[in-house]
Design a protein around this ligand. Structure first.
Ligand code: XMP
Length: 317
């Protein structure tokens, strides 16, 4: 694609000039944005880039291992850090959505900073910030009410004293995907739905425990795999499951059950600023619901979210 190729040439040349012989550290999330940004930086400066991929214990099922393998195949120099325990510890007893975001953001910065300090003479922090992140951050920090503290923008602790390099700052998601394809990044990463930095932490309403995470990972896996198997995954901009902080009465055989309720959410969108709920086929929803209730222990009810943004948001927290 002509436009992507030009963007890549210009960006790589600029990165070379800006960074020179300095070292860069960058956190990868498994998402499209950070993967494309890292690949561009890697193209420009090769082994001067070190990437850090943190398992915060709030990723999708098997995500950490699978994505780490893809990164290695792509030739990126990636350090994988299993920090699940630290995150669960930091989240213990916190139910407030912003409180959880802050705890997750703080834990991430602490762990990332520790890794960054292991790299000699690092001067730059690479980031996968895209244009909509810039816009949302402006409104977050503006005089109007706080919307959300997206930790991937402006969350840089002063003491790290790193300069920031953000090669995707002018692009929307579609542009990022086009550039990613032109860079030969695997389709499993390019076509991936957006996923929030705080991960399943903000899809477990109320406090987060390892058991709840495991339950939600199983549910989410059935839903996402179901979308892929039905050929629906690529028609959806973002999908996921939410673990609700309520229990409902059900019946199994002669027994009454009192178990968890799951909400499923699937939306279409261009940039996440507005979104419409997707009319997934009833047969598909019925099958996924049955699979979830039959296979995931402790869940006896599934509901489907039919709200659009605005006034709802994509995430529930
Ligand atoms: P909302 O829920 O605000 O989400 O409609 C819009 C898009 O942003 C993602 N999102 C986040 N991403 N940190 C992130 O990195 C966050 O705290 C966060 N909150 C929401 C959300 O998944 C959707 O794609």
């Amino acid at each position: 694609d002509w436009t992507s190729d030009v963007f890549i040439d210009i960006t790589v040349a600029e990165l070379k000039k800006t960074i020179g012989s300095d070292r860069v550290v960058m956190g990868l999330s498994g998402g499209v944005d950070s993967s494309v940004a890292a690949t561009l930086i890697h193209r420009a400066i090769g082994e001067q880039l070190t990437c850090v991929f943190v398992d915060n214990g709030l990723l999708r099922k098997n995500e950490f291992e699978e994505v780490l393998d893809s990164y290695k195949d792509m030739g990126l120099n990636v350090i994988g850090v299993n920090a699940r325990k630290q995150f669960y510890e930091a989240l213990r007893g916190i139910s407030d959505p912003e409180g959880k975001r802050k705890a997750i953001g703080r834990a991430f910065i602490e762990i990332f900073d520790e890794e960054a300090h292991k790299i000699q003479e690092v001067k730059w922090l690479g980031q996968g910030t895209i244009y909509p992140d810039v816009i949302e951050s402006v409104s977050v920090n503006g005089p109007s009410a706080t919307i959300k503290s997206h930790h991937n923008v402006g969350g840089l602790p002063d003491f790290m004293k790193l300069k920031v390099v953000e090669p995707l700052k002018t692009l929307f998601k579609d542009g990022v995907r086009e550039v990613g394809r032109a860079l030969d990044i695997p389709e499993t990463i390019i076509g991936r739905h957006p996923f929030p930095g705080p991960g399943l932490g903000i899809r477990i309403l109320g406090d987060v425990t390892p058991e709840k995470v495991q339950t939600l990972q199983e549910v989410d896996h059935i839903f996402i795999q179901g979308l892929k198997d039905a050929g629906l995954y690529d028609q959806v901009w973002q999908a996921g499951a939410i673990l609700l902080p309520i229990q409902s009465v059900g019946v199994m055989g002669d027994e009454r059950t009192y178990e968890r309720v799951i909400a499923l959410r699937a939306v279409s969108s261009i940039d996440g600023m507005t979104a419409d709920w997707i009319h997934l086929p009833y047969d598909f929803l019925g099958k996924v619901s049955n699979d979830i209730i039959n296979k995931v222990k402790g869940v006896n009810r599934v509901v489907y979210d039919i709200s659009s943004k605005p006034p709802a948001t994509i995430e529930w927290e």
